[in-house]
Design a protein around this ligand. Structure first.
Ligand SMILES: [Ca+2]
Length: 378
């Protein structure tokens, strides 16, 4: 139904036009104006010009919206077809795989996987594994997996190499939100027919086992409330146990594995205020054994995981560490979350853009793919 002219103009001016604006609504509105114009041909010139201006704006917006809808309308079936052409026969068209998968979100990737299976009766992931190799294969494989499944795979790979990779388990257990961690543990059950904590426990011992199994099993309270008195008490307990080495490691484990992240951040802040340096800095100087290294990783992941990830990337890209899968892990797991923040932090800390540091360090399709996920295609 048409509204009176003045109301129509007013409505159009007030319309909150954005990507969600319904094209049909806009068409109706345009039609409405046209009809009103026909009935009011005797209008003065300035009203005419105003209406003409608005009509122009709305038309342009409709074209843009339609373009955007067409452009973002990925078809899982068409994508599956392109991927099939990229892998069938001898050789592989890696660029085509990157062009599709590097630009599809988690839900779309699962739709493509399903469409591919429906049409070609084979698992896209298995096919990708057999077509690609090395770091590129690892990165693409992890990227295509549904996020919880991906974490389950990352954890399982780390367990097999637990002497050097337990920090990956600590990272997963400490960075994920409580509900996300539960989903990952369920995905681990489905995939490996054992619990994640069961596998971790079998490969660790002593305090390290208590800490890591505790972090994984924890279902922390996820609210914002903090208790400042408790923060003071527990900052002192951590100081006694870690700085003064007066036993009480059970207490360190209890605090780190049960308190909410917000409460723990308050405790770490209190520690900084009272002792003049951060607990993680203190630990970094002292972390001689695996247990303290794991405590250090947990504190850093809980305190500020952007800083933690920036450090992982810095170690990999500056050749300090030996965590070669770290680059893939950080880019693939954070690409759809907070990679932008990590990139900004990396630039602040290193005066070189993360994309440029990555481009210098790696090569080939692996480089092409990671740069696509980093938002800078070369
Ligand atoms: Ca092939």
């Amino acid at each position: 139904m048409c509204e009176p002219l003045s109301v129509g103009v007013h409505a159009c001016r007030r319309a909150n036009i954005g990507p969600e604006t319904n094209v049909q609504d806009l068409s109706d509105l345009l039609q409405c104006f046209r009809l009103v114009l026909l009935e009011h041909l005797g209008l003065s010139l300035w009203i005419w010009m105003t209406i003409d201006y608005l009509l122009q704006k709305v038309s342009l917006l409709m074209i843009l919206l339609q373009f955007q809808q067409t452009f973002s309308n990925h078809s899982p079936k068409e994508d599956a077809d392109v991927l099939w052409k990229a892998v069938k026969g001898w050789g592989t068209d890696e660029s085509a795989i990157i062009a599709i998968m590097g630009h599809r979100n988690a839900a779309q990737r699962q739709q493509i996987r399903q469409a591919y299976h429906d049409i070609y009766q084979e698992d896209l992931i298995k096919r990708i594994e057999s077509e690609l190799s090395g770091n590129f294969e690892k990165a693409m494989y992890r990227w295509i997996l549904e996020p919880a499944d991906r974490y389950a795979v990352l954890a399982n790979v780390a367990i097999k190499n637990l002497n050097s990779d337990y920090h990956v388990i600590v990272e997963i257990a400490s960075v994920l939100k409580p509900e996300e961690l539960l989903v990952v543990r369920r995905a681990y059950h489905n995939r490996y027919k054992h619990s994640l904590e069961e596998h971790v426990a079998a490969h660790t011992s002593g305090y390290l086992r208590q800490l890591v199994v505790g972090l994984l099993s924890s279902f922390r309270y996820d609210g914002d409330e903090i208790n400042p008195i408790l923060a003071k008490i527990e900052a002192d307990i951590l100081h006694e146990a870690i700085k003064n080495k007066k036993g009480k490691l059970d207490e360190v484990i209890r605090i780190l594995t049960t308190r909410s992240k917000t409460q723990l951040k308050a405790t770490f802040n209190r520690y900084r205020d009272d002792y003049g340096y951060s607990l993680s800095k203190k630990l970094l100087n002292d972390a001689s054994d695996d247990f303290l290294k794991a405590v250090h990783a947990a504190i850093r992941c809980i305190d500020d995981h952007h800083k933690y990830y920036e450090k992982v990337l810095r170690n990999v890209l500056q050749g300090v560490g030996t965590d070669e899968d770290g680059l893939t892990r950080v880019v693939v797991t954070r690409a759809e979350k907070d990679l932008k923040d990590i990139k900004e932090l990396y630039y602040k800390r290193n005066s070189i853009h993360l994309e440029d540091a990555v481009a210098k360090e790696i090569s080939g399709d692996y480089k092409k793919f990671l740069l696509t996920l980093l938002g800078k295609e070369h």
